[in-house]
Every structure is written in structure tokens, then in C-alpha cells.
Design a protein around this ligand. Structure first.
Ligand SMILES: Cc1ncc(C[n+]2csc(CCOP(=O)(O)OP(=O)(O)O)c2C)c(N)n1
Length: 342
């Protein structure tokens, strides 16, 4: 029998009392996950055409982590994340057309074609930035949280990091500093058990639980099933409330699974670093389908409502690609803007 890396209660059932959330809210969580999934599938389908001149890191399988956490934040709260950006950016409210245009290196891209998929940002919704340097986002977010604290702003700052980013010194330093200063910050760790093709078991001592490390820094650490959007939302909301009250940072570990290759389109399990059966074993725990089943079973969404969402999202995605492809290339003069020289 295949051992799942983690079997949270979300794999068997959702929260005991699902109706504590309004129907509209529950549907919006589902819709947001479905939208990310559909965008990712379309990006993946078109990627081999080689028109998108950017590396990509698909988030298929990890949608609940992106959506559940972002839904606990206000638009004015700030999020910074690593290289797996698409889901976090969209969940935080980033503009889809500008994201796709960025992939196509067009002037209408969210950073004017300067960054590609690993440097998305949309300040209008608090998507403060993303970084290709593993753990690079962590001290930057601690700095943003320090600024918010010093300026007495009511802002919570969340960094989204992978399990490998917890192995970097910058993360340890930031944990210490954030705990010391009681920063209004959340360390949101998406543990998908892999760093490129290196499984966690080759990188960290057996028995280590990532979220427990934070207690060594004097910081609260919690862990939930990252494929259960309601559990993710619940723990993030608690962390946000604590941070806003001035009670300091929280480290959240959510356990989830990357269903595609580390980078690019398709699955690379056949190269031998993970058993393709492990990937298959996660299919029944798909965050999108689990939430869909839960909503339908509890009469919180009809299949007709889901079909309508699929249609609307499908149209929106086609429009975003058409917009990106019809957009102009950046001009030569534009290459000289935002450049610092003294
Ligand atoms: C400082 C640094 N070291 C190495 C790399 C190469 N690299 C890119 S992504 C990655 C793995 C990151 O794994 P994780 O943080 O768990 O995130 P995931 O890809 O699983 O979402 C590595 C080692 C890098 N970009 N930056």
C-alpha cells in the first residue's frame, strides 16, 4: 500500500460544521481554486508552442493553499512569495490579463515584460512581489512587516515559502527577527515534499516537522492539510487576527503536493526521483475536486452552478490570452526605464 506523506483529516472529510461559512463565500473559494487550475492547464497546454518566453512553475495540486490563505487577508495586506507565483498572485487578486501578458513578454505585462513568471506583482491588490531566489522573499517580507509596525499601519505581511526555503539561513534569521520584534507577519510554508527533484527525506533529518522548528525561535507554529481549503483558511485567519492584534508572527505549514514537474509543463516523475504511483495516489485528494464534492454533497453548489463557473472562467482565460497575444512588445526606450544609474 502506498504511504501518503501526510494524511490529514481533510482527506476523509471536510470540517464537521461546514455551514459556519456563508454559501457565497464557500463558492468563491471553490471558484478561485477552479480558476487557478484552469489557468494553469491552459498555460501548460500552450507552453510547448514556445510563445511564452518565461520559465514556469505550475501550482497544479496546491490551489487550496493559495486560495485558503489569501482569503483570510485584506487587499491592503501584503504578500510576497517565491518562484511558484501564479496561484498566489491570482488568489490575492492579481490581474489575469497582466499575468498572461507578462508570460508573453508584452508591454502590458504586470511588470512590463521585465520579470516573467517569477517576478509577478500587482501592488493595487497587495501582491507585493515575488522572488526567484529561494528564501529571498522571507527577509524582504520581514522588512515590510517591520515597516508596517514602525509606521503603525494596520497591515499584515505574509510570505509564501516552500519546504526547501526553510533550509536557508535567511529564513532562520527572519524567524528570529520576526519573533523578537513581534512583527505582524505570517510565514506560510507550502510543504510539497520536494525541492526540484530532491525529496524532503534526503534533505532534512527523519522525524523533523517543519512547523515545530518555529517554537525554537519562540514563535507559534501550526500545521494543517494544505489540500483542504477550509482548514487552510481557518489557520490563516487565526494567524492574521493574532498579527493584527499585535500578538506577533505565526509559522504555518500546510502539507500539499505538486502534481507537475518542478518547472515547465507536464510531469517528470518518469525521470525516477519520485514514484509515478505516488502522484496517482494524490489524485483523490485533489483540492479542487474535494471542495467540489463537499459543496455538492451539502447542497451548497449545484452541478449547473459549477458548469456556469467553468464556462465563465474558460471565456475569461481565452480573453486573457487574446489580450496578451495582441499586446505590443515593449519599446526600445522602455528598456531604459526603471534603471538606476549615478
Ligand atoms: C538561493 C537559491 N538556491 C537554489 C535555487 C535553485 N532552486 C530553484 S527552486 C528550488 C527548489 C525550491 O523548493 P521549495 O522552496 O520547496 O519550493 P517548491 O519548488 O517546492 O515550490 C531550487 C533549489 C535558487 N533559485 N535559489
Amino acid at each position: 500500500m502506498i504511504q501518503y506523506p501526510y494524511q490529514g483529516k481533510g482527506y476523509e472529510f471536510y470540517r464537521d460544521n461546514p455551514t459556519e461559512y456563508p454559501r457565497d463565500f464557500l463558492q468563491s473559494l471553490f471558484r478561485s481554486m477552479l480558476r487557478i487550475r484552469r489557468v494553469e492547464l491552459e498555460v501548460e497546454r500552450r507552453y510547448p508552442e514556445d510563445q511564452m518566453k518565461t520559465p514556469i512553475h505550475l501550482v497544479i495540486g496546491q490551489e487550496a493553499a493559495c486560495v485558503g490563505s489569501a482569503a483570510a487577508l485584506r487587499p491592503t495586506d501584503l504578500v510576497y512569495c517565491g518562484h511558484r507565483t501564479h496561484g498566489v498572485y491570482l488568489a490575492k487578486g492579481g490581474d489575469l490579463k497582466a499575468m498572461i501578458a507578462e508570460f508573453f513578454c508584452k508591454s502590458t505585462g504586470c511588470v512590463g515584460s521585465r520579470g516573467g513568471s517569477m517576478h509577478l506583482l500587482d501592488k493595487s491588490v497587495g501582491m507585493a512581489g515575488t522572488s526567484a531566489i529561494v528564501a529571498g522573499a522571507v527577509p524582504i517580507t520581514a522588512g515590510m512587516a517591520l515597516a508596517a509596525q514602525l509606521l503603525k499601519k494596520d497591515t499584515v505581511c505574509m510570505v509564501v515559502l516552500g519546504d526547501a526555503a526553510t533550509e536557508e539561513g535567511a529564513t532562520s534569521e527572519s524567524l528570529n527577527f520576526a519573533a523578537l520584534k513581534k512583527l505582524p507577519m505570517i510565514f506560510f510554508c507550502e510543504n510539497n515534499f520536494y525541492s526540484v527533484q530532491s525529496p524532503l527525506k534526503f534533505r532534512q533529518p527523519e522525524g523533523v516537522e517543519i512547523h515545530r522548528r518555529s517554537s525554537g525561535f519562540g514563535m507559534r507554529g501550526v500545521c494543517v492539510d494544505g489540500n483542504n481549503v477550509l482548514d487552510v483558511h481557518q489557520v490563516t485567519k487565526e494567524a492574521v487576527d493574532r498579527a493584527r492584534r499585535g500578538d506577533g508572527p505565526t509559522f504555518i505549514e500546510v502539507r500539499t503536493y505538486r502534481c507537475r514537474a518542478h518547472g515547465g509543463a507536464g510531469d517528470d516523475s518518469a525521470t525516477g526521483y519520485r514514484d509515478p504511483k505516488e502522484v496517482e495516489a494524490w489524485i483523490p485528494h485533489c483540492p479542487v475536486e474535494m471542495m467540489s464534492n463537499f459543496l455538492v454533497k451539502n447542497n451548497l453548489m449545484t452541478l449547473a452552478e459549477r458548469s456556469r463557473m467553468e464556462e465563465e472562467i474558460g471565456r475569461e482565460i481565452q480573453e486573457a490570452f487574446a489580450f496578451a497575444q495582441a499586446s505590443p512588445e515593449p519599446s526600445e526606450e522602455d528598456a531604459m526605464t526603471h534603471i538606476y544609474q549615478n
